[in-house]
Design a protein around this ligand. Structure first.
Ligand SMILES: *Cc1c(COP(=O)(O)O)cnc(C)c1O
Length: 228
């Protein structure tokens, strides 16, 4: 096995162990491999080991990789902040966006999505731990934004995404992820058909799965430390 294949395998084992421990089926949790800062070769290696969904934070870097890897049937997720002047690049290249936190961004993405492509699959980023400078809507604003997004023709709202502050232990990580789960349930309780709760990274995927994550975004545990 290559090193990436080996690490990928270990991450799948962690997901399976956590799913079993918390009474869920392992296939209810999708693994998104976060390839930011790693080159196309690393993505090819992960693909050869069975991984198809990849996440990128930096739009320009993501678009370069997407273009270089056109020959592979990959699914690309934008998981970084999107400035207004970058919405067209995102709309024309990515399959998913996890970081919608303003209606303006959603409107631009819908307007700029090429008619030849499937609707852009989107999640609202929710700020569950309240830092005022952080990205994401506060939980009380999520419902209004969700309703507005469902009216846009070229977007399909799938759920919510959160990036809580790193927590020192399982119990505190779980408490933060549970807040995300509550927002998710609240939206679903209002009749929105959502299937994606995008929470959990390399350090806290077990706590996220305990809280109901359906998509964990894992970088360093697959590709190694980004350094710096
Ligand atoms: C970098 C990043 C990840 C992956 O983090 P790791 O700790 O490397 O697993 C997940 N989500 C977002 C939004 C990121 O920026």
């Amino acid at each position: 096995m290559t090193m990436i294949a080996d690490k990928l395998h270990k991450v799948h084992e962690r997901i399976e162990t956590a799913a079993t421990q918390f009474g869920r089926s392992a296939n209810s949790v999708t693994l998104l491999a976060v390839s930011k800062t790693y080159g196309p070769d690393a993505v090819r290696e992960a693909y050869a080991a069975g991984q198809q969904a990849f996440g990128e934070n930096y739009i320009q870097e993501g678009v370069e990789k997407i273009t270089a890897l056109r020959d592979l049937p990959l699914q690309w997720h934008c998981i970084g902040p999107i400035q207004s002047n970058k919405t067209r690049l995102v709309a024309e290249h990515f399959d998913w966006v996890h970081t919608i936190d303003r209606l303006k961004t959603a409107e631009r993405l819908s307007a700029q999505r090429p008619a030849t492509m499937a609707p852009l699959q989107v999640c609202i980023q929710v700020n569950v731990d309240g830092g005022p400078t952080k990205s994401g809507v506060v939980p009380s604003e999520a419902m209004a934004l969700a309703r507005a997004i469902t009216a846009l023709p070229n977007l399909r709202l799938r759920g919510i995404m959160c990036i809580p502050e790193p927590a020192p232990d399982f119990v505190s990580a779980l408490a933060l992820h549970e807040r995300a789960r509550l927002v998710f349930e609240e939206l679903r309780g209002e009749g929105l058909t959502l299937d994606t709760l995008s929470i959990g990274m390399s350090a806290d995927l077990e706590a996220a799965i305990a809280a109901g994550s359906t998509m964990v975004r894992v970088g360093t545990a697959i590709f190694g430390s980004r350094g710096g």
